[in-house]
Design a binder for this molecule. Structure first.
Ligand SMILES: NC(=O)c1ccc[n+]([C@@H]2O[C@H](COP(=O)([O-])OP(=O)(O)OC[C@H]3O[C@@H](n4cnc5c(N)ncnc54)[C@H](O)[C@@H]3O)[C@@H](O)[C@H]2O)c1
Length: 401
């Protein structure tokens, strides 16, 4: 079987790497640089080894492309393109629409189309299927299914193989083919009764995290005002063997999922006249954490950051990845600069970001740790400035939440 994966980013390349062991994979991406890199055997995604891409290329089971005609004779298509928010924080399905256009214009016999991009319930049925039909030159009855992606890039313990995968087809035939496809490389498949249930479950998983992160971020502010340690209190609560799940406070949430997906759920809820108050409030609390942290840092440093050199340590949105999408570091840096601080940042995993390069981990008046990669030495962080504020709870001896 030959498959096409539309989008060769975190999700698409990861799925290509697993599927490539069993199928011939065409990795379609409209970013030429990514395509060229992949065809030269270099992976740009953590967790996907370049050696795997090279192995597939050598045996003829993988090819990256930006040409629509390269997908015309595939049997199955996976959609793995971004689903961000618009400037006014509404679901932005333009990438999904463009993927549907590629499929519609280039595939003229019935195939199975599986959506892995995260979106609100009804996207497969009411958006993807009609969009592909709109762009198709001839009338074709494709099969449609959803299998929301749960991959956590950079994570060692859970991957495509051992993370249970939800799925549902628009028809029983689509469900069966979807099961057969993923069964090749996933240990556990969980079929639900409709695509809408799978779509909603994915959004709720990330909303659960968003709301609980906001709750613990608010709790950190409460414990600080009471003069007690948030970490000790959380560890104490976590000794309860049931009914409690520990979340850690932080500078906010980042990445393509937690700051974005809940807003997809809120949008569809509000469209249907249902409340989404927790989601909206959680978003506010998480966004405000950066301001709260900068306020704490200023208070500890004589009330003003004017002219002080501040080194932000770790700008990736989470440890051990180079991903800076929606990173809380951006907000922290913005607040520091608006207070007159002279800000640089250190993150050798990211290297370059927004036209700036990673600065040495030394010589600042103040260091604020936003993300702590495993490879960054705690002692070096502590000696990088006379005052270190740690938002991660990982740098012992620093000031912190
Ligand atoms: N990154 C994660 O951890 C994660 C986890 C679960 C689900 N998801 C979801 O998976 C989807 C993809 O996310 P991602 O992290 O892989 O994004 P990404 O930005 O890493 O990759 C998307 C890729 O799609 C390409 N692309 C964009 N529009 C295209 C088009 N019309 N045709 C072909 N290629 C196109 C981009 O060039 C990019 O390489 C999103 O809906 C996201 O919410 C992401």
């Amino acid at each position: 079987m030959k498959i096409a994966v539309i989008g060769q980013g975190y999700v698409g390349l990861t799925i290509s790497a697993f599927a490539g062991e069993h199928f011939e994979v065409v990795g379609f991406d409209n970013n030429y640089k990514i395509v060229d890199r992949l065809n030269s055997g270099m992976s740009h995604i953590e967790g996907v080894e370049s050696a795997v891409i090279r192995k597939f290329i050598k045996r003829g089971s993988y090819k990256a492309t930006s040409l629509g005609r390269d997908i015309e004779n595939v049997d199955l298509v996976v959609i793995a393109v971004p689903t961000p928010l618009t400037r006014d924080r509404k679901p932005d399905l333009t990438y999904v629409e463009s993927a549907c256009k590629t499929i519609g214009e280039n595939i003229s016999r019935p195939v199975l189309v599986i959506n892995e991009s995260t979106s609100f319930p009804g996207t497969l049925r009411n958006f993807i299927k009609p969009a592909i039909e709109k762009y198709s030159k001839v009338q074709i009855e494709h099969l449609y299914a959803i299998s929301p992606e749960r991959v956590d890039p950079g994570r060692g313990d859970f991957n495509q193989k051992n993370t249970p995968r939800l799925f549902a087809g628009l028809t029983p035939e689509a469900s069966k083919m979807t099961r057969d496809f993923y069964a090749k490389f996933c240990d556990k498949l969980v079929e639900v009764s409709s695509p809408e249930v799978a779509e909603a479950a994915k959004l709720f998983e990330n909303t659960f995290r968003q709301v609980n992160i906001a709750l613990v971020n608010e709790f950190a502010q409460i414990t600080h005002s009471l003069g007690i340690s948030v970490y000790e209190t959380l560890n104490a609560a976590a000794t309860k063997p049931y009914g409690f799940m520990k979340f850690n406070p932080s500078a906010g949430v980042g990445g393509h999922c937690i700051p974005v997906d809940p807003t997809y759920l809120a949008a569809i809820a509000e469209e249907h006249g249902a409340p989404a108050t927790f989601i909206r409030r959680a978003n506010e609390v998480n966004l405000q954490m950066s301001e709260y942290i900068v306020k704490r840092v200023a208070e500890d440093n004589g009330g003003s950051l004017q002219g002080k050199s501040v080194l932000v340590v770790g700008v990736a949105y989470k440890p051990n990845v180079a991903d800076v999408r929606e990173t809380a570091a951006e907000l922290v840096i913005g607040h520091l600069r608006s207070q007159g601080a002279v800000v640089s940042w250190h993150d050798d995993v990211v290297g370059n970001w927004k036209g700036e390069s990673s600065a040495p981990l030394q010589g600042a008046d103040i260091a604020v740790v936003v993300t702590k990669h495993d490879g960054v030495d705690e002692k070096k962080i502590l000696s990088s400035a006379p005052y270190v504020f740690d938002t991660t709870g990982k740098v012992k001896g620093a000031k912190g939440l």
